[in-house]
Design a protein around this ligand. Structure first.
Ligand code: FAD
Length: 264
């Protein structure tokens, strides 16, 4: 089976700086692989360990320097990697990113069975890219995946985190999953893996290679734009209520006291 693994390079900082266009300024900032995508790699490797003839292809849409991140995935056991890079992709929102990545999946792996994404990227943090790729590929999607229970060439069974507990879901393949952090320790690269990664060829695909038009990608293909980006100023304060009897009664007293103050 063929797995498309979508991974993103993100700035290694919590001190995000913005450009004049309200996008993240990545210049001069160290980059790392998005932490959730480390678990996406683990999920793909786990499937590969239990299914012979599994081939994993990592894809990233990003600048040329994202190639080093792709090499690291090969060192970990990923079979192939493709960089999707073109100045015309700049300014893409999550819709245009999903469209470009889905086109890359169709172009590189027309016979794919599974697409694996992280649940969130820690910079943009929309969690929209995976669902957007699934939408463009017209395949089922399962988000908030905690664990892969079983994966065959026909179906996948996963445990997913829901608002009120854990759901077990089975989906026919091809499908897309977005994975959460897991408690398993991420794999480490082996020396042979690193040597193999250094020698591997990483093709780069441009807008023309994917058969996309300028109005379908980048800023022109993005139906949304960031009008303002700011850190919220939180002015509210917290108060701890110590009580000896019922917590509900203590809360009721507090609300009554608050309402009386508000009505004065
Ligand atoms: P999420 O949706 O939270 O990511 C979830 C998962 O999707 C990841 O774990 C990963 O598996 C996968 N994924 C996400 N992005 C990629 C990727 N690039 N390659 C492979 N897999 C991926 N960003 C810029 O750098 N420059 C811009 O000019 C710019 N303009 C933007 C304009 C708008 C209006 C918006 C909304 C966003 C813009 N962005 C820009 C951000 C860009 O759209 C997002 O970085 C991208 O779409 C991914 O969204 P996210 O970061 O929320 O990832």
């Amino acid at each position: 089976m063929k797995i498309a693994l979508c991974i993103k390079q993100v700035p290694d900082t919590t001190d995000i700086k913005w450009t004049e266009h309200n996008t993240i300024n990545r210049e001069g900032v160290e980059s790392i692989i998005n932490p959730y995508d480390v678990y996406a790699i683990e999920a793909a490797l786990k499937i590969k360990n239990s299914n012979q003839n599994t081939e994993i292809t990592a894809l990233t849409m990003g600048p040329a320097q994202a190639e080093s991140m792709l090499r690291k995935t090969i060192a970990l056991g990923v079979d192939k990697a493709v960089l999707i890079s073109d100045k015309k992709f700049a300014g893409a929102d999550t819709y245009a990113t999903g469209k470009t990545l889905s086109r890359a999946v169709q172009s590189v792996l027309p016979d794919f069975s599974l697409v694996i994404c992280g649940q969130f990227a820690i910079d943009g943090d929309t969690a929209q890219t995976g669902p957007s790729i699934a939408n463009h590929l017209n395949i089922p999607q399962i988000t908030f995946v905690q664990e892969i229970v079983e994966c065959t060439t026909d179906y996948i069974i996963v445990k997913r985190q829901a608002d009120d507990g854990i759901e077990t879901i089975k989906a026919k393949l091809p499908a897309l999953i977005c994975v959460l952090q897991s408690s398993e320790e991420p794999s480490r690269a082996t020396i042979n893996g690193c040597k193999h990664a250094q020698k591997s060829e990483i093709p780069m695909l441009s807008m023309e290679n994917l058969g996309l038009l300028p109005e379908e990608t980048g800023i022109k293909g993005s139906p949304t734009y960031v009008s303002k980006a700011f850190r919220p100023i939180i002015t509210r304060t917290n108060e701890k209520i110590f009580y000896s009897g019922s917590s509900a009664a203590a809360l009721k007293d507090k609300i009554t006291e608050f309402m009386a103050g508000a009505n004065e």
